[in-house]
Design a binder for this molecule. Structure first.
Ligand code: S3P
Length: 444
């Protein structure tokens, strides 16, 4: 195995054993953010020690929040400064590659009266749409300026008193919803956010646990109403393993001859488990073991073993429940019998990369037969893949998806810019090597 910028993988080695994936990225960002504006201390167990949450922590530290060092396996302590305690940073806030950091910061900072903030990020983040957050915030009275009429970073925020509003969001996005709820905490009057389909609900769960006054209603929980006035209180938070990271092992086990992998301690929040529904649709050999509740989130262990797979079709309200898993599902589709279809997934075009275009381009290099549509992919399964030189194009989930595809591609595959995985899963390549080399061994 060749670590660093290029990872190599040969077909032939199966995958067996148990793995614990790192903490959920979405929950990690929220634990840091809500802890920062709570009163008192927030103790976070299982925080994801990867580049994206580190970006959130660095921004918060630059505004006077004390956060203990973030290392794998160590409890992280956040000393909250209260709802209005963030200080004006002396420099630009660097959100790195993290859309969640930038969008949630917009909501957090827009209502900080009398303070000025500038948000920036890497080349990928500077190209991602921010108007979906800055526009509704402007409707609440926010003053946000940026390139392309406030759509592109760098973004400047002039903090001011916001007022509550009723906002219908154009896309089912937890980042947009969460940004608006953060802004609503200090607005005058209540704010209602109505989503076109339900997105992940970690913010609602955690804000309520911290003491916010919040109602979730409407059809399938698509309407969230936040009443300002309650202060947040620091809490112990336990972050479960990220199902979006577990997804790579679930698919790897399903497609690799002879494989069996158990992923322990996986977050199974129903707004995130679309990948399990699709694997069931594919008739994958999958079991959920030890289902339990940990600090307000459902958790379990998931075991998958290799077997024949059927093609799948996904669209509509299922998409937000597996939006980050579409790259790895494209790999699964290559190994299934029949033609798989992904529709209503145009959001993938504005992720860290245009994931529809990138996955189509890279999987074709491995011999896959797939067609890109405006809002998805059509993938003909059952064509044997062959080793090739492929490239993550800097996208963490593409890097890991290609690493899994290499398992079933004949010969050697080299994944260039494989280090991108560290954005959400720093130990991914080591865990892959351990699962290949150590039957029955413990990874993670
Ligand atoms: C996230 C929401 C999703 C997801 C991203 C994390 C979050 O993005 O793709 O990886 O933590 O709220 P959208 O809100 O743009 O769908």
């Amino acid at each position: 195995m060749n670590l660093g910028s290029t990872a190599g993988a040969d077909r032939g080695r199966s995958l067996r054993g148990t793995v614990r994936v790192p903490g959920d990225k979405s929950i990690s960002h929220r634990a840091l953010l809500f802890g920062a504006i709570a009163e008192g201390e927030t103790r976070i167990e299982g925080l994801l020690p990867a580049e994206d949450p580190l970006s959130t922590a660095a921004c918060l530290r630059a505004m006077g929040v004390t956060i203990s060092p973030i290392h794998a396996g160590e409890t992280v302590l956040v000393q909250g400064v209260g709802l209005d305690g963030l200080t004006e940073p002396e420099d630009v806030l660097d959100c790195g590659n993290s859309g969640t950091t930038m969008r949630l910061m917009l909501g957090l900072l827009a209502g900080r009266t009398g303070r000025h903030f500038v948000l920036n990020g890497d080349a990928s983040l500077r190209g991602r749409p921010m108007a979906r957050v800055s526009q509704p915030l402007t409707g609440m009275g926010a003053m946000i300026r940026g390139r392309a009429g406030g759509n592109l970073a760098p973004l400047a925020i002039e903090g001011c008193q916001l007022h509550g509003a009723v906002i219908g969001t154009p896309v089912a996005s937890a980042q947009v919803k969460s940004a608006l709820l953060l802004a609503a905490l200090t607005a005058s009057g209540s704010t209602t956010v109505i989503e076109p389909a339900r997105s992940r609900d970690h913010s609602e769960r955690m804000l309520r646990a911290f003491g916010a006054d919040l109602d979730v209603g409407g059809d399938m929980g698509r309407m969230i109403c936040l009443h300002p006035g309650a202060s947040l209180r620091g809490l112990p938070v336990v972050v479960p393993g990220d199902i979006s990271s577990a997804a790579f092992w679930l698919v790897a086990a399903a497609i690799t001859p002879g494989a069996e992998i158990t992923v322990e301690n996986v977050g199974l929040n129903p707004t995130r488990t679309g990948i399990l529904d699709v694997l069931e649709q594919m008739e994958a050999r999958l079991e959920v073991l030890n289902p339990r509740d940990v600090a307000g989130e459902p958790v379990g262990d998931v075991r998958v073993s290799h077997g024949p797979l059927k093609a799948f079709e996904i669209a509509g309200d299922l998409i937000p429940r597996l939006v980050d898993e579409i790259p790895i599902l494209a790999v699964a589709a290559c190994c299934a019998e029949g033609v798989s279809r992904i529709r209503d997934a145009e959001e993938l075009r504005v992720k860290e990369t245009d994931r529809l275009a990138v996955m189509a381009r890279q999987l074709r290099l491995l011999g896959a037969s797939l067609e890109e549509t405006a809002d998805g992919l059509v993938i003909e399964g059952g064509r044997p893949l062959h080793g090739a030189e492929v490239d993550s194009e800097t996208d963490h989930r593409v890097a890991m998806s290609l690493g899994v595809a290499a398992q079933v591609a004949g010969g050697t595959t080299r994944v260039h810019r494989s280090e991108a995985a560290a954005v959400s899963y720093p130990g991914f390549w080591e865990d892959l090597a351990r699962l290949q080399a150590d039957p029955g061994g413990q990874s993670g």
